[in-house]
Write a protein that binds this ligand. Structure first.
Ligand SMILES: [Zn+2]
Length: 513
């Protein structure tokens, strides 16, 4: 035994085993699927058993979801963390991805793009595969970074810029030569089954990114500009867009009221807010809390963002005369329990929604409006006066999204005297708040993720009786506050006080309060 230690080969094997073991311990430490509370035990196991123990762990804790799949893909491309580190030290370039990449660019019905473009000659296809690789990597980066939109625009005659929208804020991530950018756009157009020869006329389409066990739908819009074609891709990641009602960020009281409204057999629940304020997320959260097997759920949307199990979903298509109103009329004949109408924006849809609500259906929809009271009165602009809403409408939720402070780097600060004056009017008692700093976790922005702020107008008997008198905006708002509505700014200040976001964020989205 002792001889083996002294013998150079034996010592070499021994040392190699220990280096491998230490490496496995560090892998174990970083493995995303080992529960944090058990990590110490697994570390010990690996320390005692070396690579054998790691092999057991790797087979036990498979990579299920796509974050891990993405990492696996990275490792496949770059040869794992050690290779990555070596390459960085040696200054080597990132190699081309392996042939069997884990991410696939597919059409909306799931056919991979490389199977489609047989109309190209051999040379064109070679160029394509490079741009296809590039666009796949770009989309993978986007999915990993919780990006909601990818914008590819011409900067100049020969430069394109790629921007990501993360937490509602745009940020440039890459500049690409025009020729490569055109090829990348073509790959996307093929996936979205668009006409690639058309570079000027606006086109719409959708495609799919496939990661193992996780298809992600994307919508794309292209248009021609003076400097060349551009594209905007919307990434509809279910993990970002679908949440349970309890995770929306409503105050406890509002959440309970919302669930009361949603669990009535009939009535109308409206959600309002500007584009990108999370209205769809809220509506889907409400739909998902229904027991879909016992309730017949139908939707008409423009566009369908996420497929919902057990629901019958229809997409608006004006060219084919499939409008909100037409579909609703057809739906009412099928006597559904719950109807989701993407938006009420004309008199006909408003009337049908009201009729449905009055005849024992639960209607969910969105409507334009700055706050909950304004949204309700917006229906009178569409020809439905408030007195007719009495008894039909159960709740109006107005919402905005603000950026959430990065928990890793936020630090304590104090509100200015002027800010504290305003904040005090909205229920804040201390001027101790948090401010953004910036770290590696939040890519130096100081913010990570988004937080909803809400104003729920719950129609109780008192509000209902005010509605019958055709109130003005101010009268309706007063009645609602009397009935317990917390104004949005007030809810925002609660989130500032609890250190979730900043005063400036609330002021930014609530306008001048
Ligand atoms: Zn941070």
């Amino acid at each position: 035994m002792l001889d083996a230690f002294i013998h150079p080969i034996g010592f070499g094997i021994f040392a190699a085993w220990w280096i491998a073991t230490l490496y496995c311990v560090s892998l174990c430490q970083r493995h995303p699927n080992i529960p944090v509370e058990h990590r110490a035990w697994y570390n010990l196991l690996v320390l005692l058993t070396g690579p054998w123990g790691m092999a057991v762990i790797l087979t036990r804790f498979r990579y299920p979801a796509h974050d891990a799949a993405a990492q696996e893909y990275r490792d496949q491309v770059e040869g794992g963390p050690v290779m990555r580190w070596l390459k960085r030290i040696l200054g080597l370039q990132r190699p081309e991805p392996a042939q069997n990449t884990v991410i696939e660019l597919c059409t909306a019905d799931g056919k991979p793009v490389h199977q489609l473009d047989s109309r190209y000659g051999k040379r064109a296809r070679q160029d394509d595969s490079e741009s296809l690789t590039r666009i796949k990597n770009l989309l993978l980066d986007a999915v990993e970074a919780r990006v909601t939109d990818v914008l590819i625009d011409p900067r100049s005659e020969d430069q394109y810029s790629v921007r990501f929208r993360i937490d509602g804020v745009l940020e440039e991530v890459e500049q690409i030569g025009a020729e490569m950018a055109h090829n990348m756009l073509n790959c996307l157009k093929i996936a979205a089954r668009m006409d690639i020869a058309e570079r000027r006329r606006p086109q719409d389409g959708s495609f799919m990114i496939k990661l193992p066990q996780l298809p992600i739908n994307c919508r794309m819009a292209t248009a021609g500009t003076l400097r060349g074609p551009k594209a905007a891709v919307r990434i509809l990641d279910r993990r970002v867009g679908l949440k349970p009602v309890t995770d929306l960020g409503l105050s406890r009281k509002d959440m309970e009221r919302m669930l009361v409204a949603a669990n009535r057999k009939s009535g109308m629940i409206l959600v309002c807010g500007p584009t990108g304020s999370g209205k769809t997320t809220t509506l889907y959260a409400l739909l998902n809390q229904f027991d879909a097997t016992s309730r017949n759920i139908v939707t008409v949307e423009d566009p369908i963002e996420y497929p919902i199990e057990h629901a019958t979903q229809t997409e608006v298509n004006v060219r084919a005369n499939i409008t909100f109103a037409n579909v609703m009329r057809a739906m009412l004949r099928q006597n559904p329990d719950v109807i989701l109408v993407g938006e009420i924006r004309d008199n006909e849809t408003a009337e049908l929604a009201l009729q449905a609500s009055n005849t024992g259906h639960l209607v969910l929809s969105t409507v334009h409006g700055n706050d909950s009271s304004a949204a309700m009165l917006r229906l009178s602009d569409l020809g439905v006066p408030p007195r007719r809403l009495a008894g039909a409408i159960t709740a109006v939720l107005s919402q905005r999204l603000v950026r959430r402070l990065c928990p890793e780097c936020k630090t304590r600060t104090q509100l200015s005297a002027a800010q504290f004056d305003i904040a005090q009017e909205h229920g804040m008692t201390s001027d101790e708040v948090y401010k953004p700093v910036g770290c590696g976790e939040c890519r130096d922005t100081g913010f990570h993720g988004r937080e909803g702020i809400f104003e729920l107008l719950f129609v109780n008997r008192a509000v209902d009786s005010v509605l019958t008198q055709d109130p003005t905006l101010a009268e309706l708002r007063d009645a609602a506050i009397e009935a317990g509505m917390m104004p949005m700014f007030h809810h925002g200040m609660q989130k500032v006080a609890s250190g979730l976001t900043t005063f400036d964020e609330i002021a930014r989205v609530c306008g001048s309060e």
